[in-house]
Write a protein that binds this ligand. Structure first.
Ligand SMILES: Cc1cc2nc3c(=O)[nH]c(=O)nc-3n(C[C@H](O)[C@H](O)[C@H](O)COP(=O)(O)O)c2cc1C
Length: 200
């Protein structure tokens, strides 16, 4: 049975919501096992409290060394200045031993993201994240244009061939739209179908 990990960081819950939908997409493929986890918080507790971060996230916290246990990993991160967040970077920077042992070589990697604004770095966050996955020898999977949500022009929406994404607004008041959730689910299902063919 192919094993897929959805691994995310989320400060205010936007990436968390997307991650849940990506996991739903994986679940839609029979014979594929899905695990939803997050990376550890690195901000001090007083900062977490001061910025009203969402602290009730139910997903368990992952350990870097467990990444080798999965056939595919779908990473979710909020944008920080057009790149992945520090919490995810810190987690990935603890995977040197896995890299040395080639534990992720030939496995599937895929990325989704969130920004506050429409052109605030959705695509750069995802494609710059891919660099780390290539260094690990992973096979990078995005979202093909077969996903109808990518060509929807009826409303403002995240989502690109590089990966699903959402727009939170500067004050965080916008949660993922139906179109963005549909793309997220598609990404999960797409990765799961490939994982099943390769590892099932
Ligand atoms: C330090 C910092 C840098 C950020 N940089 C960007 C940015 O470059 N572009 C952008 O659109 N949003 C930026 N944001 C907004 C976050 O990406 C946004 O809050 C996040 O996507 C919401 O997802 P979450 O609730 O899952 O954390 C930044 C936020 C912080 C705190």
């Amino acid at each position: 049975m192919a094993k897929v990990l959805v691994l995310y960081y989320s400060t205010w819950g936007h990436v968390e919501r997307m991650a849940q939908e990506v996991a739903e997409g994986v679940r839609a493929v029979a014979g594929v096992d899905v695990t939803l986890k997050r990376v550890p918080e690195t901000m001090p507790p007083e900062t977490v409290a001061a910025i009203h971060a969402k602290t009730d996230q139910a997903a368990p916290v992952a350990k870097p060394e467990e990444l080798g246990d999965y056939d595919a990993i779908i990473f979710g991160t909020p944008t920080r200045f057009g790149n992945m967040c520090g919490q995810m970077r810190n987690f990935l920077d603890q995977t040197g031993a896995l890299w040395q042992q080639g534990k992720l070589v030939g496995k599937i990697g895929s990325v989704f993201a969130s920004t506050a604004t429409q052109h605030g770095g959705q695509e750069t966050t995802i494609t710059s994240f891919h660099t780390t996955l290539f260094h690990h020898g992973m096979i990078v999977v995005g979202v093909p244009y077969a996903c109808a949500g990518l060509t929807n022009m009826d409303d403002i929406s995240g989502g690109s061939p590089y990966g699903a994404s959402t727009l939170s607004k500067g004050d965080g008041s916008r949660m993922p739209s139906a179109n963005e959730l549909a793309i997220a689910k598609y990404q999960g299902q797409h990765v799961a179908e490939i994982a099943k063919k390769m590892f099932g």
